[in-house]
Design a protein around this ligand. Structure first.
Ligand code: AMP
Length: 398
């Protein structure tokens, strides 16, 4: 398999699939360029190697062909700035004779952005003919869009067959996969996963898959109460998914069978309203009366969770353990973040992934203290579920 570090880009037009799906305001200004910055190492490497990056991306969800509001034009000048003033042009389309001619004439060191891939429904359908037309615009294919790696789209996977010997990951996907494999393939033990967030239902497949891998599984946040109720406890007005009570029982049974140390809150910070100004008190997790709801982990639970985390070799954190958006209920999630940073200082590998835990880590300033932050949503979750991601399999030739 080719790698971006060793591939010879001299004189080559490198078709790069990136995720430039950035948020734009009503004036079409970019409000967060994180995704563009994430692709820079790959783009720069190609330029420095004497090649010409031909950039492919989607933006938003156009429904019926080209729509001006989903054009990639507003990204052109910003990409040029991010590349220190490099020449960046945009093609009027992503396929066709005019685009092909523009790609053929692109000079070494210049960048060409192809127009929004999703102006064609063939992109998301994974149409082979469309992938073939995209492939005409380059000499090699670099997949650097981890955020869409779980989709078998034309530009993220199907196109691979047109570059049997000239396909590779970009630096972003390479580091995502390497970091995730440090958790799911060869973890330094003990391996601890902290799964929080609102609901069991959205995390169940990951939890089941992780049970085969982890030594410790900390379940926090809103899903606590489905487990507490499954064990006969009173959860009052706490968030609870009654239809997942059997699932919660089964997870506990499986954890026992597999020797996984399952940690669920023993006490909680309860409130008489879903509000930052509510009255609060510490209650046993299984004795929450009507009119009260658990909105954060309690001190006893936090102490137990911290101890497990601080003695871990590898830590995966997905989802806050309380309603961290309200300061009154953020202490549990802050304590988890602090413990992860401490463990990382002692040599543990820590990976934070999934929208809300990333927001939590950034909000409380833990970002520099963890080993890796994954910003991919669906792709990350599917990788953790143990699924094969088409965008990764296509590069590897699996
Ligand atoms: P998720 O998107 O599934 O990771 O869920 C994240 C959300 O879960 C955050 O917005 C938290 O406020 C919320 N959450 C965490 N703990 C609780 C809780 N005890 N009750 C209600 N919501 C919670």
């Amino acid at each position: 398999m080719q790698t971006i570090s060793s591939y010879d880009f001299k004189g080559k037009r490198a078709l790069i699939r990136v995720d430039f799906n950035v948020p734009l305001n009503e004036k079409f200004e970019i409000t967060d360029d994180t995704r563009m910055r994430a692709a820079l190492p790959t783009i720069k490497k190609i330029i420095e190697g004497g090649g010409s990056p031909i950039i492919m991306s989607h933006l938003g969800r156009p429904k019926n062909g080209p729509e001006a509001k989903f054009s990639l034009k507003p990204l052109v000048n910003h990409l040029s700035e991010l590349l220190g003033g490099a020449t960046v042009n945009i093609a009027p389309d992503c396929i066709g004779d005019e685009v092909k001619a523009m790609a053929e004439n692109v000079k070494s060191g210049e960048v060409l952005i192809l127009e929004n891939l999703r102006f064609y429904k063939e992109e998301t359908k994974g149409d082979e003919g469309f992938a073939a037309k995209l492939a005409e615009n380059g000499d090699c294919w670099v997949n650097d869009a981890f955020g869409t790696a779980h989709r078998a789209h034309a530009s993220t996977a199907v196109i691979a067959k047109f570059f049997p010997n000239d396909k590779m990951f970009g630096f972003l996907i390479e580091s995502e996969v390497k970091s995730l494999d440090k958790v799911v393939k060869e973890p330094q033990r003990p391996l601890t996963a902290i799964m929080g967030g609102a609901k069991v239902s959205s995390k169940i497949t990951i939890i089941e898959n992780l049970l085969d891998k982890v030594d410790n599984l900390i379940l926090g946040g809103g899903m606590t109460y489905t487990f507490v109720k499954a064990n006969g406890g009173e959860v009052g007005g706490s968030i609870c998914e009654d239809e997942f009570i059997d699932t919660a029982k089964n997870i506990q049974k499986l954890a026992k069978e597999k020797g996984v140390n399952l940690v669920i809150a023993s006490d909680v910070l309860a409130a008489d309203d879903f509000s930052n100004d509510a009255n609060t008190k510490i209650l046993a997790a299984d004795a929450i009366p009507e009119g009260w709801q658990g909105l954060d982990a309690g001190p006893d639970s936090i102490a137990k969770m911290k101890e497990v985390i601080e003695n871990s070799g590898t830590i995966l954190w997905n989802g806050p353990v309380g309603v961290f958006e309200m300061p009154t209920f953020a202490e549990g999630s802050k304590a988890i973040g602090t413990a992860i940073v401490e463990a990382t200082k002692k040599g543990a590998f820590s990976l934070v992934g999934g929208g809300d835990s990333v927001a939590c880590v950034n909000q409380f300033g833990f970002a520099d203290g963890v080993s890796y932050i994954s910003t991919a949503g669906g792709a990350l979750l599917e990788y953790l579920e143990g699924k094969v991601l088409p965008g990764i399999a296509a590069v590897r030739g699996e």
